[in-house]
Design a protein around this ligand. Structure first.
Ligand code: ADP
Length: 359
């Protein structure tokens, strides 16, 4: 469900400022909506902060109850006095005012954009993102995958896609399609070794283009395979894409978990505070082909404990399994190739938990 500014203004229309005037007529109230996150800032005099606090709380609760809102944040900001001839801030629009265009119109019909991230490379983030997307598709959702892993795009291989996106109009591209998912990857348009030598500004502009220029159409979910790590490219994405939430993939070793913690912190710090939908432990345990026994090579369970420590949900465990790698390498991921296998079930269980987080 798309949250509109009109819904928010309507919900707030009965609340009053401490001086008895209507909050929506308070001239320094601003609303920002990114997907299902609503951030309202109310500029006040610092000295009035105490009397405004109950209004702030009431506004936050009211917005949180608006259908479709996943996160509501109301902040009181104290502004410096404006110079005499600087016009006062615009009053809030009335419920009848039009809804402003979103920052990236091509993302407007996507209900939720979910980032799949990892603190470092090689933990199986792309494999997880791909199988998770396909599992969400198998649940009947319309799904897109944006491969934003600029330095090592994996989706062309995972989805066995080799073509080039067609230009629809001007600079707008249409995504490719495989196994019922729409897929866009920088790998469709740039040689992987060329992208490797890109510098910061080029990476940032490639990411902006991917958010701006792909005609996704309506989607229930867009899964974004983030670049690994927590550098500039990751921050650009976390700040520019209207993310509904982020999933962090980690292996159970301590070192990988330190990186996972950094990943969680990046989303928490990225500006609007992207909610962490949970942690996934990949390569969690190994089931021997020969003896069928489960071997816990890396003291499995570290990610579950880390999730509890960080106060984020734990979404599940994926085994270290040669079939997962082989199916990925052959361009037919395991949830498509062997949908009844225990490995495919592990991905599907996670997809169900992710969907439960949508409610
Ligand atoms: P990342 O995106 O984190 O760099 P990838 O998804 O590209 O990692 O995975 C790195 C390698 O590990 C790939 O060869 C992939 O097939 C393999 N891999 C990922 N997850 C598993 C798993 N659960 N079991 C076995 N191999 C895996």
């Amino acid at each position: 469900m798309v949250v509109s500014r009109v819904d928010i203004v309507e919900a707030l229309s009965t609340l009053r400022a401490p001086d008895g005037t209507l909050l929506v007529e308070h001239s320094a109230t601003e609303i920002q909506i990114t997907a299902d996150h609503v951030v309202v800032s109310i500029a006040i005099e610092a000295a009035d902060a105490q009397s405004w606090e109950p209004v702030r709380l009431a506004a936050e609760q009211t917005i949180a109850e608006v259908p479709g809102v996943a996160k509501a944040l109301v902040a009181l900001t104290s502004q410096r006095k404006s110079a005499p001839n600087v016009p006062a801030k615009r009053a809030l629009p009335k419920p009848t005012d039009g809804v402003p265009p979103p920052r990236f119109p091509n993302l407007a019909k996507i209900k939720r954009i979910i980032a799949v991230a990892s603190g470092k490379g090689g933990v199986g983030k792309s494999t997880t993102a791909c199988n998770l997307a396909l599992s969400l598709r198998a649940q009947g959702l319309s799904v897109g995958v944006l491969d934003a892993d600029i330095y090592g795009p994996s989706m062309p291989k995972l989805f066995n896609l080799k073509g080039r996106p067609t230009v629809i109009a001007g600079r707008t591209l249409s995504p490719l399609e495989a196994y019922g998912c729409k897929v866009m990857s920088i790998g469709f348009v740039v040689d992987a070794d060329k992208a490797l030598v890109w510098r910061g500004p080029m990476v940032a502009s490639a990411i902006t283009q991917m958010l701006r220029d792909i005609a996704w159409g309506p989607l229930d979910v867009l899964i974004v395979d983030m670049p690994p790590g927590t550098g500039d490219a990751q921050m650009t994405l976390a700040q520019q894409a209207p993310l509904a939430g982020a999933i962090i993939v980690s292996t159970p070793q301590d070192l990988a978990l330190i990186d996972a913690r950094r990943g969680v912190e990046m989303f928490r710090a990225a500006g609007v505070g992207v909610p962490i939908l949970g942690l996934i432990e990949n390569m969690s345990y190994f089931i021997c082909d020969e003896c069928g026994k489960r071997h816990e090579i890396f003291a499995h369970g570290g990610a579950r404990a880390e999730a509890a420590k960080l106060g984020v949900p734990f979404l599940g465990e994926i085994p270290l399994d040669s079939l997962i790698r082989e199916r990925s390498d052959s361009g037919m991921p395991i949830v498509i190739a062997d949908p009844d296998s225990p490995q495919a079930h592990a991905y599907r269980d996670i997809a169900v938990k992710v969907m439960a987080g949508f409610q």
